[in-house]
Each structure stands twice: as C-alpha cells, then as structure tokens.
Design a protein around this ligand. Structure first.
Ligand SMILES: Nc1ncnc2c1ncn2[C@@H]1O[C@H](COP(=O)(O)OP(=O)(O)O)[C@@H](O)[C@H]1O
Ligand SMILES: [Mg+2]
Length: 381
C-alpha cells in the first residue's frame, strides 16, 4: 500500500491540505495584476501552496490565465535562468510548434530559437545565444511573457520561487534589469517567494533597491493545528489503519504548524506501524528512523561550527527551547548565560549572528526541530 504522507518535495492534490485563505488572497491579488512577495522559513509550504493554487487555476480559469512556477534554487547562471523562463513560458502558453514558430519573430528579438514538441507533447525551445551577452539574453527572456500574454489576450502569473537567489546570480544590477522590464508589463503578475527573510527584506524593503515597494509583502504563517490534525487522521484512515488521539496530538504539537514535520513524522510512523499508530510508534519513528537518518548530515554541520561559544549556544538553545518559546527564558539573560557556561551577552549576540548567517537559527530558536532534538541527545551522551 502507498504511504499516504510525503515530505521533501512539493505536494499537491490529496497530499495537500488547508491554505484556503492564503490561496484566495494570492489569487485575487495576482488576477488583478498585483505583484506579491511571499516569504516564510523553509518547509512552511510555499512551493506546495503555489503548485496547488496553479493546478486549481488550470481547472477554474481555463485558457484566460496561464500560471507557472520557476524555481531559482538550482539555477547557476543567467543563461540558465533565461532558458528556464523561455521554456516555461512557451511550454505553458503554447500547444503547437506551428503556432509558436508563427509568433517567434515577434516574440524574440536578440535570440534565435528552434522549437520542438517532446514525447509528451510538451512544447519546448532550444534557444541559440551565439553572440549575445548574458544580460541581453535575459532581457529577451524576461520580455517574453508580456509579449505572449499580449498576443494571446491572456494574463500570465509567474511564481519565481526562492527569488533571493538572484543576489548570487547578479546582485543589484540584475535586480535593476528585472525591475525595469517587469514594471512595464501590464499582463504579467509575479509572485516572488523566498526563505531567507533578511535577504528578501533587503531586496523589497530597502529604499535604494530597485524592487523597493514593487510587491505586496505576505508572510506565510504556520498552519492551524486542527487542520493538520484532521488531515493526519483522514489520511491514515484512508489506508485502513488507525491512529491514537495522543499520537495525533504529539505530532501536531511537535510540528508547531509546520507541515513538513507533520508529513515526515507521519510518513515514518505509518510505515513503521502495522494497523494502528500509537504515541510510541511516533517516538520510535523519530528516535530510530528520522534522527539516525539525519545524523550524518548533522554531524557535518556540528563539526563545521567554529568556536565553543557557538556550540554552547546551540546546545543551550536546544535544551531550553521550550522555555524560550514560552517566553519564560530570555537568551541574553544572566540565567541562560550562567546555565550554559557562556560568558557575556555580547559574546552570545555575536555567536547568534553567526548561527543566523548559517540559517541554523530563526528568531532565537533552532530553525530545524530535528536538529534541535539531535543536539539535545548529543548533550546527554
Ligand atoms: N498544504 C500542505 N498540506 C500538507 N503538507 C504540506 C503542505 N504544504 C507543505 N507540506 C509538506 O511540507 C513539505 C515542505 O513544503 P514546501 O512546499 O516544499 O515548503 P517551502 O517551499 O516553504 O520550503 C512538503 O514536502 C510537504 O510534506
Ligand atoms: Mg520551496
């Protein structure tokens, strides 16, 4: 039988739950031409939300709206990004090579393309960038969606996922290029998503940056506990197994509304139990499956951490996480510094900044809950 829970990839359809309110708001903004920045820590469900929302568009809006997601996560160069934008645009907006070739002269100015249909009937293009420079190619690619939208009389919605990566691809000058093209487009709406809050705030929130006030900012919040709880119960039941109420409670409490943890814990617990998931099977999944699986990677991270202050701080954050979360304990307090053998609040601040830069902490808590528990176990050994 197929495991009813999936983690680590974008999920849609029956593997997806909730987020109705968010989808409504993003949909209505995008349809009216409002650009959006959607941010949250990793694993909150941004990519899944976008994919699911776009799938629903396809059913509802028919041919008037074309929407697709481009992930910048693994894009290594401006040329690669240009290729991706061009191919995603034609693949989603065109259904025949002939039509595309007919329009091609108007659609592309600096580059030449060869168009083809692949085995699944998907339309693709092989762009030739013989002598054009990377910025010129990207300019052509960025102008393409508006040209297609205008020609076809449709709206195009493009989600640029993990958009903060443009920092690495080209910094401020690339931002300027994007902005100058995007601001003239009438029929394309953009959804920029990202996981690195400080980077996104810099890109969209600093006065001197090209994207200042270009898009409406939305933070994707954790999901409601009852929504996640019901999802867990119904998914387990659909496979003919059962789950104890206490187990559901434990999973949902541990996850703090972050869907990734729910799916990961449930996937492993479902797999590891015969007919009923008990609190013991969930803890077993965690201790015997999930943490051992992640342990090698965590050891590497741990060994890369410089300095005893950073290490002590991590252990302290792991041990006191519950108290820090409830506000009973402050990280820069005398008690915290004393209990974890740290020296001064200034040195804790410095270490915190370093850990933040490595994405290991988020708002004074360890961002990966499994890493937190792994650290707690390490400290006990
Ligand atoms: N709405 C949802 N319903 C159920 N599970 C979800 C949902 N959104 C995310 N998930 C789970 O969380 C994981 C991470 O989601 P993802 O969309 O990749 O997050 P992000 O893009 O914010 O990093 C997915 O692999 C899936 O297991
Ligand atoms: Mg994502």
């Amino acid at each position: 039988m197929k495991n009813p829970f999936i983690y680590g990839v974008t999920v849609t359809g029956e593997y997806f739950t909730g987020r109705e309110e968010e989808m409504r708001e993003i949909t209505s903004s995008s349809l009216s031409g409002q650009h959006i920045v959607l941010y949250s820590p990793r694993k909150m469900g941004k990519s899944s939300l976008i994919e699911e929302m776009f799938n629903r568009f396809k059913k509802k809006q028919g041919k008037e709206v074309v929407a697709f997601r481009i992930s910048l996560e693994r894009v290594e160069s401006k040329e690669a990004l240009a290729r991706l934008i061009i191919n995603k645009t034609v693949e989603n907006a065109y259904t025949s090579v002939e039509k595309l070739l007919k329009d091609a002269k108007e659609l592309f100015s600096r580059i030449r393309v060869r168009a083809f249909a692949d085995m699944d009937g998907r339309i693709g293009v092989e762009p030739f960038f013989a002598d054009a420079d990377a910025d010129a190619i990207l300019e052509d690619a960025l102008e393409l969606p508006e040209k297609v939208a205008g020609k076809k009389g449709i709206r195009i919605i493009i989600a640029l996922d993990e958009f903060q990566r443009i920092e690495k691809l080209g910094g401020a000058s690339l931002e300027r290029l994007f902005r100058s093209i995007m601001e003239t487009q009438k029929n394309v709406s953009y959804i920029f998503t990202g996981s690195e809050k400080h980077l996104l705030h810099m890109i969209f929130g600093e006065k001197e940056r090209p994207f200042y006030r270009f898009a409406k900012q939305m933070e994707l919040a954790p999901m409601a506990k009852d929504v996640l709880g019901e999802f867990v119960i119904s998914r387990v039941r659909a496979t003919g197994k059962g789950i104890d109420e206490e187990a559901v409670k434990w999973i949902v409490a541990f996850s703090e509304g972050i869907p990734f943890y729910v799916q990961c814990l449930c996937h492993e617990a479902w797999y590891g139990s015969e007919s009923r998931i008990s609190p013991e099977s969930v803890r077993g999944a965690m201790e015997q499956k999930i943490l051992p699986m992640l342990s090698a990677g965590y050891s590497i991270i741990w060994n890369r951490i410089n300095g005893s202050v950073q290490r002590k701080l991590l252990i302290g954050l792991a041990k006191d996480d519950g108290l820090i979360r409830s506000g009973e304990r402050k990280v820069y307090s005398k008690e915290f510094i004393r209990d974890h053998d740290l020296t001064s609040s200034a040195s804790v601040r410095k270490a915190m900044k370093a850990l933040d830069g490595m994405d290991l902490v988020y708002e004074n808590r360890i961002s990966d809950f499994f890493f937190r528990d792994w650290l707690k176990n390490q400290a006990l050994e």
